[in-house]
Ligand binder design. Structure first.
Ligand code: 5GP
Ligand code: ZN
Length: 112
């Protein structure tokens, strides 16, 4: 499949890994928008939040149970923001579900 994040999971594109298990991968964003910027993705190809269902949502729950440890592992000590862009109006640029973890510095109080 022609998906950048599936290629990262397969090791075909290198990434700076923060955490990995059999279900998910966390790696540093190539174009960080905060001092610490990590992406967490399911190893299964789910295109976006719009494609989350009762059948595939266990991996989403798993991601959320691991986010605190991933944030800590990435060096975040004083809070962080988690977000997921879904679809054109949110400027989603990679069509493989991912959660941004942003931190390592004081973030703006509002996104826009
Ligand atoms: P989106 O805009 O879809 O919410 O987020 C996609 C994110 O993936 C962007 O922040 C972008 O910098 C990051 N990204 C795109 N291609 C790569 C890549 O090949 N490696 C890494 N580490 N990050 C990528
Ligand atoms: Zn994919």
């Amino acid at each position: 499949m022609d998906c950048i994040f599936c290629k990262i999971i397969a090791g075909e594109i290198p990434s700076s890994k923060v955490y990995e298990d059999d279900k998910i991968l966390a790696f540093r964003d190539i174009n960080p928008e905060a001092k610490v910027h990590v992406l967490v993705i399911p190893k299964t190809h789910i295109p976006s939040m719009d494609a989350v269902t009762e059948e595939n949502s266990a991996v989403v729950a798993h991601i959320f149970t691991k986010i605190p440890a991933i944030a800590k592992e990435a060096g975040i000590t004083n809070g962080y923001r988690v977000l997921s862009n879904c679809g054109p109006d949110a400027a989603q640029s990679v069509p493989h579900l991912h959660f941004h973890i942003l931190g390592g510095e004081q973030l703006p109080a509002h996104l826009v």
